[in-house]
Write a new protein. Structure first.
Lengths: 173, 176
């Protein structure tokens, strides 16, 4: 965890000099909740696809083959990209409020864990095993561990995101 | 104070209301967290079903999607409980904001559509690909589009509620 220094750092001064930062400052009052709405919709898509897939591997709705549910994953990726873009928008609006916020730092950590987990799933045989599972089949232990990690990591990302507002560092600059 | 304000003032001074508003980092942030998790699964799963009907991932058999409705009901229960607690914490803040009633209406519409889609589309034994151009299917797509719009509207109303309230509590102005 890094805390806010007394003097604004070069990266923060750079962001504060961008057009985007000024635009958000001038139009923030109505655009901010609008972008939050998109951010919430993005996380909903992620939970409604990746979360559902994880729950299936963990044993819920076994009648559906995981390969079938996997067809929805591109929607989850779209939700993640939407949240990355809206997240960058928020960051440019109030850079130090996020950068020095322990809840935001933890959020990025969990996104990183989720990302590594995704890589492990697709780069090992885990995905191939899961793709071959017929309807009703129980997932192998390895796939269950990966699904459990995925679900926990994304839920942790949501919790950290929702708590950002309660861990705002004080304004210095 | 008018009788209505007195009633809200009484509610705001109950132990439960004060617990929700309490300074502890437990109650209020935890309730908000449950509310966003529930929203994610409820709006997310419903939107994915709607997008499937609208033409995304056509390989997924529609009938199978009904299997995931228990997730919707668990998420809805979580949101009703957490939403009620938030309402008990700040009753005057919500009830004095017209947008709150818009949100309630949108939720009712969204839930109605989710049930309608399950009964009329997902459980229809003839929901195969062959009739995608029929009038039945056009109606299914209309329901799906409306479902998607009502969930986005619900989320938008929820987010704007945090920025448009004029009273925080009885006698305490709020807003930005």
């Amino acid at each position: 965890m890094f805390t806010e220094p007394e003097v604004a750092q070069p990266w923060e001064l750079w962001i504060r000099a961008t057009e985007l930062h000024h635009f958000i400052g001038q139009n923030g009052m109505w655009l901010w909740p609008l972008f939050q709405t998109l951010h919430y919709f993005g996380l909903s898509l992620l939970l409604g696809t990746v979360g559902l897939f994880d729950l299936r591997l963990l044993g819920l709705g076994k009648a559906v083959a995981p390969a079938t549910l996997h067809k929805f994953i591109p929607l989850g990726v779209a939700g993640f990209i939407l949240n990355l873009l809206t997240g960058i928008w928020f960051f440019f609006g109030f850079p130090e409020q996020y950068f020095y916020n322990p809840s935001f730092q933890l959020l990025l950590t969990f996104v990183g864990i989720a990302g590594i987990n995704v890589a492990v799933f697709y780069l090992t045989d885990a995905f191939r095993e899961v793709k071959l599972m017929p309807p009703g089949a129980d997932a192998p232990l390895r796939a269950k561990i990966i699904a459990g990690t995925s679900l926990s990591a994304w839920v942790a990302v949501l919790i950290c995101g929702r708590l950002i507002t309660f861990y705002r560092p004080p304004f210095f600059h | 104070m008018t009788p209505v304000e007195q009633a809200f003032d009484w509610l705001e001074h109950t132990d439960l209301s004060m617990w929700v508003r309490g300074d502890s980092m437990l109650a209020f942030p935890a309730i908000l967290t449950v509310h966003v998790l529930g929203t994610g699964f409820l709006a997310g799963t419903s939107s994915v079903i709607a997008l499937r009907i609208l033409g995304f991932a056509r390989q997924v058999p529609l009938g199978l999607l009904a299997k995931f409705y228990p997730i919707l009901w668990v998420a809805l229960a979580g949101n009703v409980v957490s939403g009620t607690l938030l309402l008990i914490g700040y009753p005057y803040k919500a009830f004095t904001n017209p947008l709150f009633y818009v949100k309630l209406t949108l939720i009712a519409l969204a839930i109605y559509l989710v049930v309608k889609i399950r009964n009329d589309v997902l459980r229809d034994p003839q929901n195969g690909k062959q009739r995608e151009e029929t009038s039945m299917w056009k109606r299914a797509r209309f329901l799906a589009g409306l479902s998607l719009a009502s969930w986005m509207g619900t989320i938008a109303a929820g987010r704007f509620l945090a920025y448009t309230f004029t009273w925080l509590r009885v006698g305490v102005p709020g807003g930005f």
